[in-house]
Write a new protein. Structure first.
Length: 257
């Protein structure tokens, strides 16, 4: 039986595919854990610099949570559920992450995509926080991450109505970085991923942490984080290699040291 979560390595890029097409790639408790394991595996792999996540098939990224599992969940289980922690762990993965949104990204699927650093979207995709349509709230960070990405007014509109929006509107409001034709999606994603993967892995990770942590503080503290991050990378071999290679008009060979 083929795994629900597939992991592939292409040079320095790790690719995770959610492989549950029979339920539109909806995630239940088991598949959330497998997804978490896949991100942790690639995050701990020193040969991987960038992680991509996508859904199997051409129509769905992740259609949300498995409603059968939600129906059986109690209020106490919800309070102490692991899904929000898994999404946060994905967001905090040390390595840059890209969501290749190949189709519907609804509910928990959109929350998963928002936990990634970059979102690239097929023109045929539809996105939405649709939980209110079945009487619940976004429960894996949607109320918080969506507000930070698109502003509170637009986030409230999407959360309160539960409507889905087109890829073009998602790009317009800043929910996704760019929109491409379906047949060009993985080509675009892998081109960006490989571009990132060719940089210093240490500097990528420090840059991600400085940006993420800076968003949770004031400007003065954020600027101090930036200074500390810059000071750290100035002590690395990769900094010296990068500057030397530029001056010698050659491509740098970064070693993550």
């Amino acid at each position: 039986m083929e795994s629900e979560i597939l992991v592939e390595r292409q040079d320095k890029v790790g690719i995770i595919t959610i492989n549950r097409p029979e339920v539109r790639n909806a995630l239940d408790k088991k598949s959330w854990h497998l997804l978490n394991d896949a991100f942790a595996e690639l995050g701990n792999d020193p040969t991987i610099n960038v992680i991509v996540v996508t859904g199997a098939g051409e129509k769905t990224f992740v259609a949300g949570a498995d409603l059968n599992s939600l129906k059986a969940r109690s209020a106490v289980e919800t309070m102490y559920g692991e899904t929000p922690m898994i999404v946060t762990a994905i967001e905090n993965n040390a390595k840059p992450t890209i969501a290749a949104i190949n189709g519907y990204a609804l509910g928990g699927g959109l929350e998963l995509a928002m936990s990634c650093d970059i979102r690239i979207c097929s023109r045929t995709a539809k996105l939405g926080q649709t939980e209110i349509n079945v009487g619940i709230l976004p429960g894996a960070g949607g109320t918080q991450r969506l507000s930070r990405l698109v502003g509170p007014a637009k986030a409230k509109e999407l959360i309160f109505t539960g409507k889905t929006i087109t890829a073009e509107e998602a790009e317009k409001i800043g929910l996704v970085n760019c929109v491409v034709e379906p047949q060009e999606l993985m080509k675009k994603v892998l081109a960006m991923a490989n571009d990132m993967a060719g940089k210093s892995s240490l500097t990528l990770q420090v840059a991600k942490q400085v940006v993420n942590q800076g968003l949770n503080t004031n400007l003065s503290a954020g600027l101090m984080l930036e200074k500390l991050g810059q000071s750290f990378v100035f002590g690395t071999e990769d900094r010296m290699e990068g500057i030397t290679a530029f001056l010698e008009k050659r491509s740098p060979i970064f070693k993550g040291k």
